[in-house]
Write a protein that binds this ligand. Sequence first.
Ligand code: FES
Length: 106
Amino acid sequence: MVHITFIDSSGEKRPVEAEEGSTVMEAAIRNSIPEITAECGGACACATCHVYVDEAFVPLTGEASPQEEDMLDFAYAVQPNSRLACQIKIGPEVEGLIVTTPARQG
Ligand code: FES
């Protein structure tokens, strides 16, 4: 299991354990993380799983694909460290990952 901490827009931290091979979005849904709605179920087609990746983990979570970049255009308050949680695979390299959720999606 890989440890991930979700921080919501008010600063509340929610540490969870996530299965390797799943995605950050799946970990969020399984743990009822607020502020992630994931309406398309992980198809990279809704941008309602938008998160900000902690700067220390940006190099470890890989690059956004062109499709993900296109979808991020529809997200609210996009920053350079914005990603779609359904496109971040969980593996040992992201142990301790910290992501923050925006105040709203879409
Ligand atoms: S769940 Fe829809 S884009 Fe991530």
